[in-house]
Design a protein around this ligand. Structure first.
Ligand SMILES: *[C@@H]1O[C@H](CO)[C@@H](O)[C@H](O)[C@H]1NC(C)=O
Ligand SMILES: *[C@@H]1O[C@H](CO)[C@@H](O)[C@H](O)[C@H]1NC(C)=O
Ligand SMILES: *[C@@H]1O[C@H](CO)[C@@H](O)[C@H](O)[C@H]1NC(C)=O
Ligand SMILES: *[C@@H]1O[C@H](CO)[C@@H](O)[C@H](O)[C@H]1NC(C)=O
Ligand SMILES: *[C@@H]1O[C@H](CO)[C@@H](O)[C@H](O)[C@H]1NC(C)=O
Ligand SMILES: *[C@@H]1O[C@H](CO)[C@@H](O)[C@H](O)[C@H]1NC(C)=O
Ligand SMILES: *[C@@H]1O[C@H](CO)[C@@H](O)[C@H](O)[C@H]1NC(C)=O
Length: 429
């Protein structure tokens, strides 16, 4: 009897042990299989994961020490989960796969392989080439959007490097302005811009842009002697530096833009347009100039032009780096505006803005402030056009097909973008 019982107990124990072992083995196998699949997916399609990310503030470059990198990208502003517009049918071609990405060398000569091509740079822009934004401004009390009768904002207009020569020789038609800071990544980025898409402004005749100029803007308060030395060197070597006497921080990016625009009015008063461009953004100059030719003359019409924010009236963020104090801007959303990586402000709009900044609060979120709020205050037309999309990959494909005039790039992609540009450039003379 007891022996029989013992046998039963033993059998039960054995069965339980076997079951437990089997379960453990199955679980382990499943976990390993899942891990392997994840690894395989990550290795095989690393690129496709990017668009799924909400693309926050995209530190496309490692930002060494400066936490106060005021160049761009609002982590707080929700970025598109999907493109705002329906995509004009999926391209059949596989997207560019760059297995080996040559990091551009400092001494690289980007003009070696220039071939004479002819093309029609606007042919692939979606028509119409620009459309005016209609804005209901629901929930926004329009009486807020008017200038005050006395000055309420101080625009710091003292400059340690004035850049007064930038426009004085031959007044440019189009001036590119790049808000920038001093660190390794952005110093490299400026160098790449000078060597690549903007190189024609520096005497390289790869395209037809003699009446264009570039200026990089910095706030000098609190910079070290070494940092000031770098700017002084670039000022003397490239002549494209403007150094203002204000503190350059994330929060002050709107202030920086008011300084830039006021500087442009003072030193480059007769330009057709100013194009603000972040240093991680590439511009197809030929395409942009052709687009500008179709616009109403910038000296007489007030408008901004860029890529509209996909959210229409984007929500105002109250916390984080890009927080907007309720006291400065009370509404839940902004007027419609265009994205800050690259946008154009007509000459007449530059003048109106510069004259008006002292009479309105300076609201954080530079693009929302300049191209949204101030555009409403000053009754500018806001044009939406084929500027960069938010998704890197999507943008690069469109850039290569001449469908957009600008593209935001990680450093390793810039050489590819340059090759694309140089091979498609349009020589008309
Ligand atoms: C709009 O704001 C003004 C003051 O800025 C105020 O006098 C007016 O009552 C407000 N209108 C509405 C509908 O809230
Ligand atoms: C700007 O310059 C003026 C005159 O040169 C000077 O009086 C003023 O204090 C300066 N402002 C700042 C903020 O440095
Ligand atoms: C650039 O200019 C040089 C000298 O002015 C000329 O020889 C050359 O053909 C030009 N290149 C292009 C691409 O226009
Ligand atoms: C900047 O460059 C201009 C033109 O070369 C020069 O006159 C000026 O002294 C320079 N300023 C500094 C601070 O390097
Ligand atoms: C913005 O710049 C002004 C002028 O230099 C400075 O007084 C202020 O402290 C700066 N604000 C922030 C938040 O950096
Ligand atoms: C705003 O501009 C449009 C033309 O773009 C004009 O028709 C309208 O009268 C202007 N409104 C005001 C209040 O100036
Ligand atoms: C325009 O786009 C089409 C397909 O979308 C492409 O095949 C063609 O090469 C593009 N043309 C230019 C000039 O980029």
């Amino acid at each position: 009897m007891t022996q029989g019982k013992n046998v039963v107990v033993v059998v039960v124990v054995v069965v339980v042990v076997v079951v437990v072992v089997v379960v453990v083995v199955v679980v382990v196998v499943l976990v390993v299989a899942a891990a392997v699949m994840v690894v395989v997916v990550v290795m095989v399609v690393p690129e496709q994961k990017k668009p799924a990310q909400p693309e926050p503030k995209k530190p496309s470059e490692p930002e060494p020490k400066k936490p106060a990198e005021p160049e761009q990208k609002k982590p707080a502003q929700p970025e598109p989960k999907k493109p705002a517009e329906p995509e004009p049918k999926k391209p059949a071609e596989p997207k560019p796969k760059n297995t080996e990405e040559p990091v551009p060398k400092a001494s690289a000569e980007p003009f070696k392989d220039i071939k004479q091509n002819s093309c029609s740079p606007l042919q692939n822009l979606t028509k119409p080439h620009y459309t005016s934004l209609k804005d209901e401004m629901a929930g926004m009390n329009k009486s807020f959007f008017s200038l005050t009768s006395s000055k309420i904002s101080d625009i710091p207009l003292n400059f340690s490097i004035t850049g007064s020569h930038i426009c004085d020789k031959t007044m440019p038609t189009i001036l590119f302005v790049g808000p920038s800071v001093v660190n390794k990544a952005t110093t490299d980025a400026r160098m790449e811009i000078r060597r690549t898409w903007a190189s024609s402004f520096y005497g390289k005749n790869w395209t037809q842009t003699s009446k264009t100029r570039m200026a990089f803007f910095f706030g000098g308060l609190g910079l070290s002697d070494k940092e000031l030395g770098i700017l002084s060197y670039e000022n003397i070597t490239y002549g494209d530096i403007v150094l203002g006497d204000f503190k350059d921080t994330y929060y002050n990016l709107s202030l920086k833009m008011t300084v830039i625009i006021s500087w442009v009015m003072k030193y480059c008063p007769s330009i057709e347009a100013m194009v603000k461009v972040d240093t991680d953004t590439f511009v197809n100059i030929d395409m942009l100039l052709n687009l500008i030719k179709e616009l109403p003359a910038g000296r007489h019409n007030k408008y901004v032009l860029g890529r509209k924010h996909h959210l229409g009236n984007p929500p105002v963020v109250r916390t984080g780096v890009w927080a907007v104090p309720d006291s400065l801007y009370p509404f839940k959303s902004f007027p419609k505006y265009v994205l800050g990586h690259s946008y154009l402000v007509s000459g007449a709009a530059v003048k109106a803005l510069a004259e008006s900044f002292p009479y309105f609060p300076i609201i954080p979120n530079e693009d929302a402030f300049v191209t949204g709020v101030m555009s409403v205050v000053l009754n500018f037309t806001r044009f939406d056009s084929s500027f960069a999309h938010s998704f890197l990959l999507d943008s690069m494909v469109k850039f290569e097909k001449n469908q957009i005039v600008s593209v935001i790039l990680k450093r390793i992609k810039r050489q590819d973008a340059w090759k694309t540009l140089i091979n498609k450039r349009c020589i008309s003379d």
